[in-house]
Design a protein around this ligand. Structure first.
Ligand code: PLP
Length: 393
């Protein structure tokens, strides 16, 4: 089937809830993808930060297929060794105590919200102490409750009624944050870098204020690291850049190396809030996904890999900042946003696609989330395409 046939068949049978490019990828290796017509693309988006090791990493593919040959699924009535090994390694690496297994970022955040609210109720016995402060311009997912947590008005349409109990505070406005805390608040939830919101890094003073208020009023701190986690910022967790330890951390996207997983990591008393029957997910802890995830964790626990990742991230950032029409670069590690002048990010995305480079946008910015394994040669090749477009406009 050629790309056109694939696209037509897909659109004929799949609900049109996405704006898509006319691209049908079929295979790939590292940061290079190949479409159904044989055209090659350099990928600066990695499936929105999800193919953390790039396309079809050999070790990852071997581990996934070996597990599929042994056993693909057990229900959560039973245990399996691969999920046990993955959970043990991830909690050790992140310095957390226990995790809950789900399948997506939204599901991980749903779990975080449930844990924060139940912990508050268990301790204070007051259903009204259930408000969660989130930030304006945040993004936490597409379920009704995570849409409600998302601090962007345009997501609060059509699907009424939304889940009550969220209060939105402007990012980096410490005064507004202080004023938002009252006796009904049980948690503060935030992204260290707002990804969908425009690759905006929180100021460290604001992060410190979140943790000071949480300490003073016994609030849960929930960091949504669905996009920032798993080495994306050149540290395992973005929290490491800020020197803080949230009570609850959610991860998804890059964690399975391209297979669906979302986890809610907890510390201390938060680890024992959910009891049998209070939460669940059929596919949670799927051994095939965990086998892939273990390879991702193995790579991220190699100091040489992390040092190289830091160097590559600096190189990527420097190359992006040096492009014409790039006014400024935001973000950390390999989660970068470029503010542009003289061209709309959506137009740049399209022009890059025509020339064989896949990029993302976030609000008015160009957004890059390349695989953590991208090579210098691939960075140079992608930047050359961007330069060629930007020099002409
Ligand atoms: C910070 C953040 N949280 C949650 C989500 C939702 O993740 P998922 O699409 O896996 O449900 C996203 C997705 O972009 C995200 O960036």
């Amino acid at each position: 089937m050629n790309a056109k046939e694939i696209i037509d068949r897909y659109n004929g049978a799949v609900i049109g809830s996405y704006g898509r490019l006319d691209l049908a990828l079929e295979s790939g290796s590292g940061a290079r993808g190949v479409d159904a017509d044989g055209k090659t693309f350099i990928d600066f988006g990695s499936g929105i930060g999800t193919n953390s090791l790039g396309y079809a990493d050999e070790e990852w593919a071997d581990a996934v297929s070996a597990q599929a040959h042994r056993m693909q699924h057990t229900s959560n009535y039973y245990y399996n060794a691969t999920a046990a090994a993955f959970a043990e390694k991830l909690t050790q690496m992140t310095g957390t105590d226990k995790l809950f297994f789900g399948n997506s970022g939204a599901e991980a955040n749903e779990c975080a919200i449930k844990i924060a609210r139940k912990r508050s109720f268990d301790k204070y016995g007051d259903p009204a102490r259930s408000t969660i402060i989130t930030l304006v311009n945040s993004f936490h997912g597409r379920t009704v409750t995570t849409l409600s947590a998302t601090g962007q008005e345009h997501f609060h349409q059509y699907f009424f009624p939304f889940t009550p109990g969220f209060r939105y505070v402007e990012a980096n406005n410490t005064q507004a944050l202080r004023e938002a805390v009252d006796g009904t608040v049980c948690a503060i939830m935030f992204e260290f870098i707002q990804g969908e919101g425009g690759v905006n890094v929180l100021e460290s003073g604001f992060v410190d204020e979140i943790f000071a208020l949480a300490d003073r009023y016994d609030l849960a701190t929930i960091s949504d690291e669905v996009q920032t986690g798993v080495g994306r910022t050149a540290k395992l967790l973005a929290a490491e850049h800020f020197g803080v330890k949230p009570d609850i951390v959610t991860l998804a996207k890059g964690l399975g190396g391209g297979l669906p997983i979302g986890v809610c990591l907890t510390r201390g008393e938060y680890a024992d809030v959910l009891t049998p029957g209070t939460h669940g997910s059929t596919f949670g802890g799927n051994p095939v996904v965990c086998a892939g995830g273990l390879v991702v964790l193995k790579r991220l626990s190699d100091p040489a890999f992390m040092e190289e990742l830091s160097r590559k991230a600096d190189y990527f950032r420097g190359s992006l900042a040096a492009l014409p029409r790039v006014k400024s670069v935001s973000g950390l590690g390999l989660m970068l946003g470029a503010e542009l002048e003289g061209i709309a990010a959506a137009d740049l995305l399209r022009a890059a696609f025509e020339k064989g480079l896949l990029v993302l946008t976030a609000k008015s910015k160009l957004r890059c989330l390349p695989p953590l394994t991208i090579t210098y040669e691939q960075i140079d090749a992608g930047m050359a395409i961007l330069r060629e477009i930007l020099e002409k406009c």
